[in-house]
Design a protein around this ligand. Structure first.
Ligand SMILES: O=C(O)C(=O)C[C@]1(C(=O)O)C=C[C@@H](O)C=C1
Length: 361
């Protein structure tokens, strides 16, 4: 490198060192403030240290103020980590998710809580509800719907079995990767979870038409099986691939580049209104003509946007249904409160599953 260029490089690195020291000073200051918040809460007799509503407000604000050059989502992720590290000084949060390690559920849990929380992988969705209900973990992260595959019915049904509340929402882009410890030309088998296989069908047909596709019970297990198979590859997350000692051969092989999964955070806390919230409810209508229309009319009258409607068979009543509704707004907002009152007059039953800040990024 020319001498002038080298001098500039040295100067720029000195500037970066100076800025890093300043960032560190401010991080420490923020950490101490978070500790003082913890002291205040304890003095007030509160044991609730995690506030997804407050975190949502902070992330929205810094992302809106972001002057660049980083993308707003990157800024959001960095601040999520800072908050997570601060919260770990106040309290160690235990969060149950659908394991094993390296699943999309783990990525979703980390996206919501940052990596300083303690994550507990469990074997199935029902176990996430059990652990959270019994207090073994304070929170759980459960999948609700995939943009390609639709609703996760088990999660919807379990919401009715437990007195837990939805206190957060996570949206995760689902990126699939071909991973292996052998070169692409040597692949004879691909270990893959059936949902992942459905989401990568075209790519597999075009790029690996001759390989055998072997069913695996999860993306993480697919990676483990590929690691033990001298002619095998897997489709998995990068985290699971790393865990299994596999290398990335092709990234982003899902057929639909918008492929996403939505998760709910379940727990025993209520959040306050932040101005950017959603509410989820379950309603059962009378078994008569026009009853669905009657259930939806109060929302239309109040100008409240429904973001999702899902029906499930009602238990113990043949050919009757309950409806899961998600809509914008918080149950503390006056318009939502009066709409819920109007709805209660129409419906056989209404259960509010929770109001929570909308996914921020
Ligand atoms: O404001 C609070 O209640 C805090 O505990 C501080 C803080 C933060 O770091 O900003 C930490 C954890 C909460 O989930 C929300 C915010």
């Amino acid at each position: 490198m020319a001498e002038a260029g080298e001098t500039e490089l040295l100067q720029l690195r000195q500037e970066i060192d100076r800025v890093d020291s300043e960032i560190l000073r401010l991080l420490s200051e923020r950490g101490r403030l978070a500790q003082r918040v913890g002291v205040c809460k304890r003095a007030a007799g509160s044991s609730q240290f995690y506030h997804p509503d407050r975190e949502g407000e902070i992330l929205r604000r810094v992302m809106a103020e972001n002057p660049g050059p980083f993308a707003a989502e990157q800024v959001g992720r960095i601040f999520r980590e800072i908050i997570s590290a601060g919260l770990a000084l106040e309290q160690s949060l235990q969060v149950a998710y659908l394991g094993p390690e390296g699943t999309f559920s783990q990525l979703a849990a980390e996206k919501q809580f940052g990596t300083s929380a303690s994550f507990v992988p469990v074997a199935n969705i029902a176990e996430i509800f059990r652990q959270t209900d019994s207090g073994s973990t304070q929170f759980g992260v459960v999948p609700v719907e995939n943009s390609t595959e639709g609703a996760v019915n088990q999660t919807l049904d379990l919401m009715l079995d437990y007195p837990l509340q939805i206190c957060g929402e996570v949206e995760l882009r689902i990126v699939h990767n071909l991973v292996a410890s052998i070169p692409r030309a040597a692949i004879r088998r691909v270990h893959v979870h059936y949902q992942t296989r459905a989401q990568c069908r075209q790519w597999l047909a075009q790029n690996l038409p001759a390989v055998e596709l072997c069913d695996a019970p999860s993306n993480a297990e697919a990676a483990q099986r590929a690691a033990a198979d001298p002619e095998g590859a897997a489709i998995s997350t990068l985290a699971a691939a790393q865990h299994a000692g596999l290398e990335l051969l092709a990234q982003g092989i899902e057929d639909n580049p918008e492929n996403s999964t939505r998760f709910w955070v379940i727990g025993k806390i209520a959040t306050r209104s932040t101005g950017a919230d959603k509410t989820s409810i379950v309603v059962g209508g009378a078994h008569r003509a026009g009853s669905l229309h009657a259930l939806l009319a109060p929302f239309a009258d109040a100008g409240i946007s429904l973001t999702r409607i899902e029906s499930r068979p009602a238990r113990g009543a043949l050919w009757q249904y309950v409806f899961y509704l998600d809509f914008l707004g918080h149950q503390q907002d006056p318009a939502v409160r009066s709409t819920l009152l109007a709805l209660q007059e129409q419906a056989a039953f209404v259960r509010i599953l929770g109001s929570y800040p909308k996914a921020v990024f």
